[in-house]
Design a protein around this ligand. Structure first.
Ligand code: ZN
Length: 291
């Protein structure tokens, strides 16, 4: 069986065709330009395959996921030029009439990691997936379902206690200044230090400051949802940096609730190279097809 995956990002689209074992049979990517051009390229890609059974889309947002809403399947009030109120699902569905599942990029990644955990015999009923990259966001899966009723969660914009050595930094979120995304997204390296994150050695104190904020976010998720594990993807993350997060998390938690071995609780993705959403898309497309 052939299943389609669309990972719609603000800078590029990654489209893939896979099978019911979540294996990638073919993959392509192209830059995100205007909605018309980018979505038509997406359609043209899938049209090369005559027997795609279902497609799942994991998109940048905000997006309207409520099926009973008149704008279901739309990108909504995004700051991205030309993209506000784009009928994403409608555009694809008009030309490829197969079941389509539509969710956020982080939900797609969360679902991919949830499926992989099962394949790795980890028996996790729930997990939260954070991306710490150009933007920051998170999705939570509980027994195969996503949380969020009035809309998808926006965990990247939670408020945090400021690090005493970081009080001069205003943060870069256009809406909130010093929310989580405003303090730890990739572009904060440029804003704080005038260079890219990849050029800042892990010995630089800024990494401790960022670990403090990410640990707070992980603490809030732990205390409010008690998921089986929390996964961290995105370009800013690395195993060495995650160790700093684990240390700060342990300090903040102060043995209040049990989460087991932190090396198994706060983890990097099982799917490498930020491929979690592709696996998630294949699994969600299969689920949609079987409905
Ligand atoms: Zn914000």
């Amino acid at each position: 069986m052939k299943l389609g995956s669309v990972e719609a990002g603000g800078t590029k689209f990654v489209c893939a065709v896979g099978n019911e074992d979540y294996r990638i049979l073919d993959q392509t990517q192209f830059p995100t330009t205007t909605p018309e051009e980018t979505l038509q390229k997406t359609v043209d890609y899938f049209k090369q395959f005559d027997d795609i059974k279902a497609i799942a889309i994991s998109t940048f947002g905000p997006a309207e996921l409520r099926k009973n809403h008149p704008q279901y399947g739309f990108i909504t009030n995004t700051p991205k030029k030309n993209w506000p109120y784009t009928d994403f699902v409608g555009f694809i569905k008009k030309q490829i009439d197969v079941p389509i599942f539509f969710t956020t990029d982080v939900n797609g990644s969360a679902y991919g990691e949830y499926i992989m955990a099962t394949l790795f015999n980890q028996h996790v009923d729930s997990l939260t997936y954070f991306t710490i990259g150009t933007g920051v966001g998170a999705g939570t899966v509980i027994k195969g379902n996503f949380i969020g009723e009035l809309g998808h969660p926006e965990m990247g914009h939670v408020r945090l206690k400021r690090h005493p050595d970081d009080l001069d930094f205003a943060g870069i979120c256009p809406y909130h200044g010093d929310c989580l995304e405003g303090l730890v997204s990739g572009p904060t390296f440029d804003a704080r230090l005038g260079k890219k994150g990849k050029d800042v050695p892990l010995t630089d104190h800024v990494w401790d400051i960022m670990a403090y904020y990410i640990a707070q976010a992980a603490l809030q998720i732990t205390l409010s949802m008690r998921p089986g594990k929390i996964v961290f993807g995105g370009g800013v993350m690395s195993e060495a940096f995650l160790d700093k997060v684990r240390e700060q998390f342990a300090d903040l938690m102060n043995d209040y609730v049990e989460v087991g071995d932190l090396k198994e609780y706060l983890v990097m993705p099982l799917v490498k190279n930020n491929g979690s959403a592709t696996v998630g898309d294949f699994a969600m497309a299969l689920k949609e097809y079987n409905k």
